[in-house]
Design a protein around this ligand. Structure first.
Ligand code: ADP
Length: 444
C-alpha cells in the first residue's frame, strides 16, 4: 500500500489529498452564517405544522404583544429591532409558550428566527426567584454556545435577575459549587459531566430543554448519545425543543428518539434555480490557459462583483498569487482561515471593499452574498471518480427564483473535462454556451 503524496498532474497543478475542501465543517459553517447574518432570511413557502394532537386549535400570532410576555422581555425584543414575529416564530412561539408546555421539533434554514424563538421561550419560563438551573440548551460547539448566549443576553437585557452560564470545556467549577444561574448553555460532553459527575446541575429541575443545531450535533461523534443520556434524566414535565436547519432522515430519526410527543414545524427553503443565469464555458488546454482565459474576461467580470471557485485550497492559493502579481485586486477565502477571518472577508466583500473573491467550496453553500452577479468556476466541481458534483454546481451558481437577479457564470474547462460539463448541462437541462475568450462581444 503506497500512500500517494503530492503529485503533479498534466497541467502542472498539484494534487494533494489534504488540500481538498470537500470536508465541509458543518459547525464552522453554521458559526460563519451567524457571524455574517444581518437580517432574517425570508421564505415564500408556508410553514407546515404537524400537531401531536390534531384536534387542538392551532394558534399563530402576528405580533409579539399577543404572546402576553413579561414587560421586560417585550422591551428586550423591541430593543433588538424586532417588529413582528418571523414566519416560523408566528407558529412556533404560541406552541412554545403554551400551558401546559408542548414539545416541538422545528426545522427551517439558518437565519429564519429559530434561535430568537427558543431564547424567548427560555427567558419567559425562568422563575427569577429561584436560583438554580431551569433552562438547558445544548449546542454543538463552544463558539455556537457563546453565540446563543449573546442572544440570551441581548433579549434578556431588561430581565435583570436572569443569568446565563456556559457549560463548556475550560469553564471549570469545583464539584459541589452552587450554580445559581437559571439558564445553562453548553456542549453535550461538558453538560453531561456537570450533571452526573460534578452534580452541578439537577436535571430533574430543568423546565426547558433545547437541543439546537441537531443536524450539526449528530454529525459529531458521541454527541447524539450524550444528548440522549441527558434527555433521559429530565423530568416528564420538562419541555423539550429541538431545532435543525436541515432534515435528512438521520436528523429526523434522532429528533424522534429524543423528543417525546412532539409538534413538528417545518419551513421549506427557497429553491435554487439556474433559470436566470447565463452560463458560458471557455475551452482550455491546461491551468495556465485557464488563467489566461480568466484574465481575458477579467475586465467584464469586475463590472460587478465576482466569486471565483477553485476545487482545492492549493489551486485557490495559486490563483490568488498569480492574479495579485498581475496587479489584480483579489481576496482569498479558504478553509485555512479561522471562521472570524472568513467572516471579516465576507463582510468586506459585502461592503463592496473587495470586488473579486477567490474561494473553494467553503463558500459554495449557505453563505449567500446577494449582490454577486458573476461566478467563475475556475475548476468545475467534481466528485471523486470524476463525476460532476451537480449539487455544488447549483449552490455556486444558482439563485433563488425570488431574489433572482440576472447572473453570469463562466466555466473554465480543460478539454479532457468537457464531458463533465456536458453532463452538467444535461442534468440541469440548461444551455451552457461556448465562449471565445478573445471575443467578449459574444456575451449578451
Ligand atoms: P436561526 O436560529 O434560524 O438561524 P436567528 O434566530 O439567529 O435564526 O435569526 C436570524 C437573524 O434574524 C438574527 O440576526 C436575528 O437577530 C434576526 N431575527 C430573529 N427574529 C427576528 C424578528 N422577529 N424580527 C427581526 N429580526 C429577527
Amino acid at each position: 500500500f503506497i500512500k500517494s503524496t503530492a503529485a503533479s498532474s498534466i497541467d502542472g497543478s498539484i494534487n494533494n489529498t489534504e488540500d481538498d475542501e470537500d470536508v465541509v465543517d458543518l459547525a464552522a459553517n453554521s458559526l460563519l452564517n451567524k457571524l455574517i447574518r444581518q437580517s432574517l432570511v425570508e421564505s415564500s413557502h408556508q410553514v407546515e405544522v404537524l400537531q401531536k394532537d390534531p384536534s387542538s386549535p392551532l394558534y399563530s400570532v402576528k405580533t409579539f404583544e399577543e404572546l402576553r410576555l413579561k414587560e421586560e422581555l417585550l422591551k428586550g425584543i423591541y430593543s433588538m429591532g424586532f417588529n413582528r414575529p418571523s414566519k416560523i416564530q408566528e407558529m412556533a412561539l404560541p406552541m412554545m409558550l403554551a400551558y401546559p408546555p408542548q414539545n416541538l421539533i422545528a426545522q427551517s434554514q439558518s437565519g429564519t428566527g429559530k434561535t430568537a424563538a427558543f431564547v424567548l421561550a427560555m427567558l419567559s419560563r425562568v422563575n427569577t426567584l429561584e436560583l438554580f438551573p431551569q433552562c438547558l440548551c445544548l449546542a454543538p460547539t463552544y463558539e455556537l454556545a457563546l453565540q446563543t448566549g449573546r442572544v440570551v443576553e441581548q433579549m434578556g437585557k431588561f430581565c435583570v435577575d436572569v443569568q446565563v452560564m456556559y457549560a463548556i470545556r475550560g469553564n471549570r467549577l469545583p464539584r459541589g459549587t452552587d450554580v445559581t444561574k437559571q439558564i445553562i448553555i453548553g456542549t453535550p460532553g461538558t453538560v453531561l459531566d456537570w450533571c452526573f459527575k460534578r452534580k452541578l446541575i439537577d436535571l430533574n429541575k430543568i423546565r426547558v430543554f433545547v437541543l439546537d443545531e441537531a443536524d450539526v450535533m449528530i454529525d459529531t461523534q458521541g454527541f447524539s448519545d450524550q444528548s440522549i443520556r441527558i434527555q433521559r434524566a429530565l423530568s416528564s414535565e420538562c419541555q423539550m425543543l429541538l431545532f435543525s436547519a436541515t432534515f435528512e432522515d438521520s436528523v429526523w430519526q434522532f429528533a424522534e428518539r429524543i423528543i417525546p410527543d412532539p409538534n413538528v414545524i417545518k419551513l421549506r427553503k427557497e429553491e435554487l434555480t439556474l433559470n436566470n443565469i447565463r452560463q458560458y464555458y471557455v475551452l482550455c488546454e491546461n491551468r495556465k490557459d485557464k488563467y489566461q482565459a480568466l484574465c481575458n474576461i477579467y475586465g467584464s467580470i469586475t463590472i460587478g462583483q465576482a466569486i471565483i471557485f477553485c476545487q482545492t485550497r492549493q489551486n485557490a492559493k495559486w490563483l490568488t498569487v498569480e492574479m495579485t502579481q498581475d496587479g489584480h485586486q483579489v481576496s482569498l477565502l479558504s478553509g485555512e482561515l479561522t471562521v472570524e477571518q472568513r467572516a471579516a472577508i465576507i463582510q468586506r466583500f459585502r461592503d463592496g471593499k473587495e470586488k473579486v473573491l477567490i474561494t473553494t467550496n467553503v463558500c459554495a453553500r449557505g453563505i449567500d452574498v446577494k449582490q454577486v452577479t458573476i461566478v467563475v468556476n475556475f475548476d468545475i466541481p467534481v466528485k471523486q471518480r470524476e463525476e460532476p458534483d451537480y449539487e455544488t454546481y447549483l449552490h455556486r451558481i444558482g439563485r433563488t427564483g425570488r431574489f433572482g437577479k440576472k447572473g453570469l457564470a463562466f466555466n473554465m474547462i480543460e478539454v479532457n473535462k468537457l464531458p463533465l460539463l456536458l453532463k452538467i448541462q444535461e442534468h440541469f437541462n440548461s444551455n451552457i454556451k461556448q465562449l471565445n475568450p478573445e471575443d467578449m462581444d459574444e456575451i449578451e
